[in-house]
Design a protein around this ligand. Sequence first.
Ligand SMILES: [Mg+2]
Length: 112
Amino acid sequence: MNSDSFDSMMATVQAFHDKHGFNEAGGEDMIYRVALMAEELGEISACVSKGKGVEELAEECADLLILLMGNAIAADFDLKQAFWEKMGRLSKRAGRMIDGRIRVSDFRQDNG
Ligand SMILES: [Mg+2]
């Protein structure tokens, strides 16, 4: 398996879960995982808002990615399949400038 492949990365995250017994020790509880992801997102925010270096930003992004990949293990879904399905939908959407920034979203008509 290519060490840079998504499957290899997932297998490494699975081994990390197994090593620490996440499944038996609450590490795969999704409410707990949401709290951990919020914590990591806060660390990413601090990197940006406090002007920290790109190395620290990369580390915090990796922390969040590892948690997201672990969610697929904890909640038993195929993250690679979900990624490609979602990217397929996103790639068909138009972008729109909102307050000077590009946004690619569903832009459903809101009649409310
Ligand atoms: Mg972190």
